[in-house]
Design a protein around this ligand. Structure first.
Ligand code: FES
Length: 514
């Protein structure tokens, strides 16, 4: 099974095996190193390889381990940030440019699938947005006007694909859906066939500049390249982008229906957070995929309650035969509504980034691939200014970029803890985790299903906020910039690149660092 950044199993994970890259060729100097083997990294790598660039993808875990393995894979030009907001923040012409950029991205996805023969269950669909009260009716009216003005084909409709009461509804044409992991694996195979290299289980831990570009440090050695692209969902280190991208969790379920009435198209209500619905056939079985109940990362007291709420929402409207999969995943909301793609703020011009895709990672990953390919190959790109990460206003006193392998203070180096004390203090049921105070220190304690206690420092290794327990995915989640760690403190998601400090608790021996 494909591995992912949480305990819950997504529909995509369970439908295939992990990617096995070909042995690496001997290359002394790459043109481009891409950190991150999700849809953004692999899409970009392929486009660069097609332009003759020698590329290497470095993936900290395995391809699609992050949000690509946990998305619900709606491919939209009807975006999460409404065109009304984009027009307000950036002007009407720029709203048209955003709509055009995502249209071109959809064309790229379609062309990749057809020319490379990728079997990923792709199909075109319409997207329906429906209102359920007067206030939403008014909002929908404005949204429809702004969507059409931006250049997305849309109209009012009298019917929607899901059996949910509504007052008014609009339809946007030319949207799509697919199996995201199969798509990315297909791109990766094509990339490798063109001479590209992929190394998994290799985390980028630092970068040095030199005359020829960059030296990329990893836990498996150093690699030289002219350019480096961070396609890691959020870049590591400490960057202005961490102050401008807010991490959220979203919850999803893949269910089988009693009546077999699976909706072909994509649907969205207008609640905040909104619910989303679509169908995908995997291994011959159709699944209704429904999601919602989003919250900021690290802010849910009981993440499992979000699954319960989602389940009761789905059961209210659909005759559920079986809930086959349930999982959650992470996304980053950009402060002003559109992604940050281009030169990484505060860094030399050879380092690029793509982040802040909100809930539209499937389409913006291809916007990023096209834009970054053109920037790297020619120094200019059509939507460079629109998505420029440097459009952000500097924050007074903020140091632009701090290297991501900076040492973290070891808080437990000289202290002793006992299992009995921590167990007593935390009063945990098997499978539970909690941050507790113990002799003047905070300790993050987890009891596994067999009753064994694990303890780590709750201090996030990124910028030292306290992590919180996520009882749905059995992870320690940081509310500040979205870093996540497994129950033993190992990094699941950046921007942190170092594990939580381990606390040795058995027999009261000294604490060690990882
Ligand atoms: Fe930045 Fe934790 S992710 S402090």
């Amino acid at each position: 099974m494909i591995q992912r950044d949480g305990r819950c199993t997504s529909l995509w994970q369970d439908s295939g095996h992990s990617y096995k890259p070909a042995p690496l060729r001997n290359v002394q100097q790459y043109d481009v190193i891409i950190a991150g083997g999700g849809i953004t990294g692999i899409s970009t790598a392929l486009l660069l390889a097609e332009r003759g660039k020698r590329c290497l993808v470095l993936e900290a875990r395995e391809l699609c381990f992050g949000t690509t393995g946990g998305t619900t894979a709606h491919i939209n030009t009807l975006l999460d940030t409404p065109y009304t907001t984009i027009a307000k923040n950036f002007g009407k012409e720029n709203a048209k440019a955003v709509a055009q950029s995502v249209k071109e991205a959809l064309q790229l996805i379609k062309s990749n699938i057809s020319r490379l023969g990728i079997d990923c269950g792709f199909s075109e669909a319409d997207a329906y947005l429906f209102a359920q009260n007067d206030a939403q009716d008014k909002e929908l009216e404005q949204l429809l006007a702004a969507t059409k003005e931006a250049g997305v084909e849309a109209d009012l409709v009298n019917d929607i694909p899901v059996p949910i009461p509504f007052t008014t509804a609009m339809r946007a044409k030319e949207q799509a859906k697919f199996h995201p992991v199969k798509y990315v694996f297909g791109l990766a195979r094509a990339f490798e066939a063109m001479g590209g290299g992929i190394i998994q289980q290799t985390r980028v831990t630092g970068v040095e500049n030199n005359d020829d570009g960059v030296i990329v440090e990893t836990d498996q050695g150093r690699f030289a390249a002219t350019d480096l692209i961070y396609a890691t969902h959020i870049p590591p280190g400490v960057n202005l982008l961490h102050l401008r991208c807010v991490p959220y969790r979203s919850y999803a379920m893949a269910v089988q229906l009693e009546d077999g009435a699976y909706p072909e198209d994509l649907s969205y209500d207008m609640e905040d957070p909104y619910h989303y619905y679509r169908t995908q056939i995997v291994k011959g079985q159709p699944y209704l995929i429904a999601g919602g109940k989003d919250h900021k990362t690290g802010e849910a007291e009981n993440a499992n309650a979000h699954f319960l709420q989602l389940e009761s929402h789905i059961r209210k409207y659909f005759p559920v035969k079986e809930i086959s999969y349930k999982w959650s995943s992470q996304y980053f909301e950009p402060a002003d509504g559109i992604p940050y793609i281009g030169h990484l703020p505060g860094q030399q011009e050879h380092i690029y980034v793509a982040t802040g895709f909100g809930g539209n990672g499937m389409i913006y990953s291809s916007v990023a691939a096209i834009l970054l390919r053109d920037l790297v190959c020619t120094g200019i790109a059509q939507y460079e200014k629109l998505f420029d990460p440097n459009r952000l206003k500097p924050v007074a006193g903020f140091t632009n970029f701090i290297s991501h392998n900076a040492d973290v203070v070891k808080q437990f180096a000289m202290k002793l803890f006992t299992r009995e004390d921590l167990d007593l203090l935390a009063e945990l049921a098997p499978g539970e985790g909690r941050v507790v105070s113990y002799e003047g220190d905070k300790v993050a304690v987890y009891k596994d299903e067999n009753g064994a206690i694990q303890a780590v420092s709750p201090t996030c290794t990124h910028l030292q906020c306290d992590v919180k327990w996520n009882n749905a995915e059995l992870s320690w989640d940081c509310p500040c910039h979205g870093a996540r760690y497994d129950a033993s403190g190992k990094v699941l998601n950046g921007p942190a690149s170092m594990n939580l400090e381990e606390v040795m608790i058995n027999k009261g021996v000294e604490h060690s660092k990882k």
